[in-house]
Design a binder for this molecule. Structure first.
Ligand SMILES: [Fe+2]
Length: 183
């Protein structure tokens, strides 16, 4: 993992990804059957492709007001390309590498999960959005009033989450964020 973070350096390991990684660590303690050596690199690398899209264009490609599904697809394809280069450069196990790349390839556009590892990557990616920090950033960048955004977000828990553990964490995190942000 150390070798991988060195090779990742030019791609800006986003602050968001580090937060998602922390949430994933909490989640993976609950779900021990998952393959950490697949899920963790998938979480770290899944969004490296944003690097190829100008920052002022990125908000068009996700969120409740998404306007450009093609751009969302570009960030997935670019993430796969860059992740392949990184995993190959560090000599990552080829079977796991291919599983990681398959997960990254549909991490936003594919609404179904292919495996438990895939479910965990998707759940950890979404869980960050239920934290007070995630909500504060998202409602501003999506230009939606805080109360209205939280109403919408609260309805997404059952739609988005795959594992019961993530549903539980999302509900707890959302309730805490409501107390912090709305009261
Ligand atoms: Fe993404």
């Amino acid at each position: 993992m150390k070798a991988m973070s060195a090779v990742c350096q030019p791609y800006t390991l986003r602050e968001f990804n580090l937060k998602i990684l922390l949430i994933l660590l909490i989640l993976s303690k609950k779900i021990i059957e998952a393959d950490e050596a697949v899920v963790l690199p998938a979480v770290i690398l899944h969004d490296v492709g944003w690097k190829m899209i100008p920052e002022d264009q990125q908000v068009k490609a996700f969120g409740p007001k998404m306007q450009d599904a093609d751009l969302r697809r570009v960030h997935e394809v670019e993430s796969v390309r860059i992740a392949r280069e990184i995993l190959t450069a560090v000599g990552y196990d080829s079977r796991r590498r291919e599983e990681i790349l398959t997960i990254i390839d549909g991490h936003d556009s594919r609404e179904t999960a292919l495996s438990l590892d895939d479910k965990l990557m998707k759940d950890s990616d979404k869980l960050w959005r239920f934290t007070a920090i995630g909500i504060g950033i998202d409602h501003q960048r999506f230009e939606i009033e805080l109360g209205e955004y939280m109403m919408w977000l609260g309805k997404q828990i059952d739609k988005w989450m795959f594992t019961p553990e993530a549903v539980e964490l999302a509900r707890a995190s959302f309730a805490k964020a409501q107390m912090e942000l709305l009261e």
